[in-house]
Design a protein around this ligand. Structure first.
Ligand code: GDP
Ligand code: ZN
Length: 310
């Protein structure tokens, strides 16, 4: 086989900072601080940035640049691929909005799984209950089943909760409040309404996609590419197809216990320092459950996730 040495272009301008809006293969689009959207290639020595990365660029041609450096990331959001391996999706997020809905109904421990995954990535989770009008309709006839019956408890634990509908009252204002001036990503099962919510909060979605396509000189496949959009009132929303629709990667026991924020004050206080809070004696977590400081159903959810992990 012949090894081809690919010539990389030299910079012809001063360095300029920017944020990667979308990244595909060995190229992407960077929003420069000047407002220009620059199509960039990546240097082999620098590597491939992901959506949300802060980068240093230089022009290498008329309308093309090169990413010269990827600045350190605050956090990296990941999803699982079909083999439950972690795949990097986007960086430097303020929060992940976990979208749930009465239809399709979340499975028993789905919310806990999402919360633990968010914490393990160092990204703050918030909950969005979409299709709220269906939720209200079902409470009139019968009590909603867990986990939707427990949404108030998540608020008490400190997780922001927005109740929305794309089909009528209460609308999507509560989610817009959460998005304001932050960088967010939507995650959740297929069919809960993520695309509808994105279309609702980004009225000029088609325009922004068109601008990105023009910057590359070719069409962008927004159905397969992670893309950052600007929100009209300030903030950014990352649209990434298939985030957490197909489950999550395997979570380890330390990731699990750190992801239950109500356990945190009690961790490190069990008799055994390798306590997994299951059957061990003098377990501070179990004592907190008995004392009413941790809700029993949270401990049960933890135990179920523990039996599926490790
Ligand atoms: P995604 O797969 O999470 O992106 O979900 P979509 O946005 O494609 O929505 C799935 C289906 O739910 C579509 O038929 C939407 O019209 C519908 N849908 C979205 N939001 C709502 C809502 O608030 N209420 C109701 N009843 N249906 C909704
Ligand atoms: Zn313990």
């Amino acid at each position: 086989m012949t090894a081809w040495r690919v010539e990389e272009p030299e910079p012809i301008s001063a360095l300029e900072k920017g944020i990667v809006l979308t990244s595909y293969g060995s190229r992407g689009i960077v929003a420069l601080e000047s407002g220009v959207r620059l199509a960039c290639k990546y240097r082999r020595s620098v590597g491939r940035p992901i959506c949300g990365d802060r980068v240093i660029t230089a022009m290498t041609g008329d309308r093309e640049g090169m990413v010269e450096e990827i600045l350190p990331r605050d956090n990296v959001f990941a999803r699982a691929d079909s083999r439950q391996r972690k795949q990097l999706v986007a960086s430097n997020l303020d929060q992940v909005l976990i979208v749930i809905a009465p239809q399709p109904e979340p499975s028993l421990d789905l919310i806990e799984r999402y919360l633990v995954a968010s914490h393990s990535l160092g990204v703050n989770p918030a909950l969005v209950l979409n299709k709220a009008e269906l939720h209200q309709a079902s409470t009139e006839t019968q009590d909603p089943q867990p986990p939707l019956a427990r949404l108030e408890s998540y608020s008490v634990l400190g997780y922001p909760l927005a109740t929305t509908s794309c089909k009528g009252p209460p609308g999507i204002g509560a989610m817009q409040d959460l998005l304001h001036n932050r960088t967010s990503i939507l995650a959740g099962q297929s069919g809960v309404g993520k695309s509808s919510l994105i279309n609702g909060v980004i009225p000029d979605l088609d325009l922004q996609t068109g601008a990105l396509s023009r910057a590359t000189g070719k069409g962008i496949h927004t159905t397969t590419t992670t893309t950052m959009y600007s929100l009209p009132d300030g903030g950014d929303l990352i649209d990434s197809p298939g985030v957490w629709e197909y489950g999550l990667w395997q979570l380890s026991q330390p990731e699990l216990e750190q992801g239950f924020i109500d356990f945190l004050p009690h961790l490190g206080q069990c008799r055994f320092n390798n306590c997994v809070h299951k059957t061990e004696p003098d377990c501070a977590v179990k004592e907190a459950v008995e004392a009413g400081e941790i809700r029993p159903w949270r401990h049960h959810a933890y135990l179920r996730l523990l039996s599926q992990s490790c």
